[in-house]
Design a protein around this ligand. Structure first.
Ligand SMILES: Nc1ncnc2c1ncn2[C@@H]1O[C@H](COP(=O)(O)OP(=O)(O)OP(=O)(O)O)[C@@H](O)[C@H]1O
Ligand SMILES: [Mg+2]
Length: 265
């Protein structure tokens, strides 16, 4: 196996065990073949319920696969989780309501026997500034807007500088201008580090702007529909002109794919 592959799936079947029997469940996604290179940026598009969050859960070792193979950084997902190589920004950010913004961000440093941040990790104040949360460190979660809470969850995932960052619709609750700014910040951060990012979104424009590759999932049956390589369209910083004709053409192609793969007759 190539050593520079961050996530490798072969014939992967994922889903949830049937409640009564504990086996025999229909997979949510089946036959997933996927290679995400180390330092890659994969965005995932697909209809609601097709299994995007489920796929992230399997990568993060929060859910066991039903079948097939998955390796994360050359080994089983469990080993990557034990090494704390994986950061996860969940679709619904969960902050502890009784802890300040700062204490929420620093939480991962305090659990798990107090193992600290990596030596090259980011300082809490840098993260607050980076995510536009400067001055909010001492606030409590119920004193924040939904988008601010989401940014705190992102800061928490970034603090220990994970080698793989899984982000599940992280910017869905943000206004478009803030979202564009955070897209640029995320690209800059990704370029500065050699983090591998897997990013789920419902925005075709966002998927194309951020991704080096776009994984398009289809529903009924759940499967990989296409993997679109955007690397030829990106500059060395991973950026592109959102309005360039080749970018809008890819967006139109993806829109057609999503319509065809929605499983709605
Ligand atoms: N804990 C669970 N137990 C059983 N089924 C589940 C569980 N979580 C999700 N599912 C089902 O698995 C399928 C995939 O769910 P998943 O959350 O991965 O979808 P998604 O692609 O992330 O959708 P969305 O875009 O709406 O977030 C859905 O049919 C969902 O109902
Ligand atoms: Mg989801």
């Amino acid at each position: 196996m190539e050593t520079n592959t961050a996530i490798r799936c072969r014939g992967l079947a994922i889903g949830y065990p049937a409640a009564e029997h504990g086996f025999g469940a229909e997979p949510v996604l089946d036959g997933v073949d996927l290679d995400v290179p180390q330092g890659g940026f994969l965005t995932i598009l697909g209809p609601s319920g097709c299994g995007k969050s489920t796929l992230l859960r399997v990568v993060a070792d929060l859910l066991a696969p039903l079948g097939g193979d998955i390796t994360v950084l050359g080994g089983p997902p469990h080993a990557a989780r034990m090494r704390r190589d994986i950061g996860f920004v969940f679709q619904d950010p969960t902050l502890l309501p009784w802890r300040s913004v700062r204490a929420n961000i620093e939480l991962p440093l305090q659990v798990g026997g107090g193992r600290g941040t990596r030596p090259d990790g980011l300082a809490t104040d840098d993260l607050l500034a980076l995510l536009g949360l400067g001055g909010l460190g001492e606030r409590m979660p119920d004193q924040l807007s939904g988008g601010q809470r989401q940014r705190v969850a992102i800061a928490r995932a970034l603090l220990s500088r994970p080698r793989i960052l899984l982000m599940d619709e992280p910017f869905g609750a943000l206004d478009e201008i803030t979202r564009d700014r955070l897209n640029d910040e995320l690209l800059a951060l990704w370029r500065r580090t050699d983090t591998t990012v897997v990013f789920v979104t419902h925005s075709i424009a966002e998927a194309v702007y951020l991704g080096q590759e776009v994984l398009v999932l289809a529903a009924h049956p759940g499967r990989v529909q296409e993997i679109v390589d955007l690397r030829p369209l990106k500059d060395a910083e991973g950026r592109c002109d959102r309005d360039a004709p080749e970018i809008t053409a890819v967006c139109a192609h993806l829109r057609r794919l999503l319509a065809a793969g929605s499983g709605v007759p």
